[in-house]
Design a protein around this ligand. Structure first.
Ligand code: SAH
Length: 230
C-alpha cells in the first residue's frame, strides 16, 4: 500500500529513523524536555533518543509517540510516559549494577527495549497473552535479542532466573509483591509505583545486609497490577 508521499506503509512502520513527527529532530525535543524535568543520565537520554517509540504504538498514534505522554496500547493498557520510563531506568542505573533485570508488565515492550540497551539480560513478564505475543515479535523485528518474554502473573516474579540485580514494575499495587523482593540479589534494587489510584508513589526498594530499605521518590499514575492472567 502506498500513500501520497511515495513511501510504502510497510516501510514507514518498520522505519527506525522516522520522518516528520517521528524524526530525530522531534525525538531530540523530547530528550530536551526530559532533561529539563530532571533526567540527567546521558546513558538513559541516549537510549531514549535512539529508541523508535513510534514503532511500539498503533500506526494511528505514531505522530504522538514523541510527546511526553502515556498512550493507549489496547486491552485497557498504556505505554508508560517517556519521563516515567526514563526516571525508573535512571534510578536503577544510578544505584548499582544493571546486569540481570526483571520487568513486570512488559506491555508494548518500549520499557523492555530501553532496558535491553543498558542491561545484559532482561526478563519480562506480561499477564495479557496477546500483548506478550506482540511484544515478543516486535522485539524480534527490532533485532533486540537479550529480552526473554513470559506470559504469566508477574506478582510471582520469575524464580527460574533469579536473583536479579534490578526489578522494574510497570503497574501499581498497594504493596510490592513479596516474591519480587525475595528474587533480588544482595544490593539489588526494585522500583515500583506503590499505593492506590490517585495516591501512587514511585518507590525504590533496596536489599541491604540489614533488610529491605524503602525510599519514596515521586507521585505517579500507573495502571493497576492485576491478580489473574488473561
Ligand atoms: N512498560 C509498559 C507498561 C505497560 S502498562 C509499556 O511501556 O508498554 C502495565 C502492564 O502491566 C500492562 O501491559 C498490564 O497488562 C501489565 N500487568 C498488570 N498486572 C500484571 C501482572 N500481575 N503480571 C504481569 N503483567 C501485569
Amino acid at each position: 500500500m502506498f500513500n501520497g508521499w511515495g513511501f510504502s506503509t510497510t516501510t514507514m512502520m518498520t522505519d527506525r529513523s522516522g520522518i516528520g513527527l517521528t524524526s530525530q529532530r522531534v525525538r531530540n525535543r523530547l530528550v530536551q524536555q526530559l532533561r529539563e524535568m530532571g533526567i540527567s543520565s546521558d546513558a538513559v537520554l541516549n537510549v531514549i533518543s535512539s529508541t523508535p517509540r513510534h514503532l511500539f504504538v498503533d500506526e494511528a498514534l505514531a505522530s504522538r509517540a514523541y510527546e511526553n505522554n502515556a498512550l493507549p496500547i489496547g486491552f485497557g493498557q498504556t505505554i508508560s510516559q517517556p519521563f516515567v520510563v526514563a526516571a525508573m531506568t535512571q534510578v536503577l542505573l544510578d544505584t548499582g549494577p544493571l546486569d540481570r533485570v526483571l520487568e513486570i508488565g512488559g506491555g508494548c515492550g518500549y520499557q523492555s527495549a530501553v532496558l535491553a540497551r543498558l542491561a545484559s539480560q532482561v526478563y519480562t513478564v506480561e499477564r495479557i497473552a496477546e500483548l506478550a505475543n506482540r511484544l515478543r515479535s516486535r522485539l524480534h523485528d527490532l533485532q533486540i535479542g537479550n529480552v526473554r518474554v513470559r506470559h504469566g502473573d508477574g506478582r510471582l516474579g520469575w524464580a527460574t532466573h533469579a536473583p536479579f540485580d534490578a526489578v522494574l514494575v510497570a503497574a501499581a499495587a498497594p504493596a510490592i509483591p513479596p516474591a519480587l523482593l525475595e528474587q533480588l540479589a544482595p544490593g539489588g534494587r526494585a522500583v515500583m509505583p506503590v499505593g492506590r489510584q490517585g495516591e501512587q508513589v514511585l518507590t525504590l526498594f533496596r536489599r541491604t545486609e540489614s533488610g529491605i530499605e524503602e525510599i519514596p521518590l515521586q507521585r505517579v499514575s500507573f495502571v493497576p497490577l492485576l491478580e489473574n492472567v488473561d
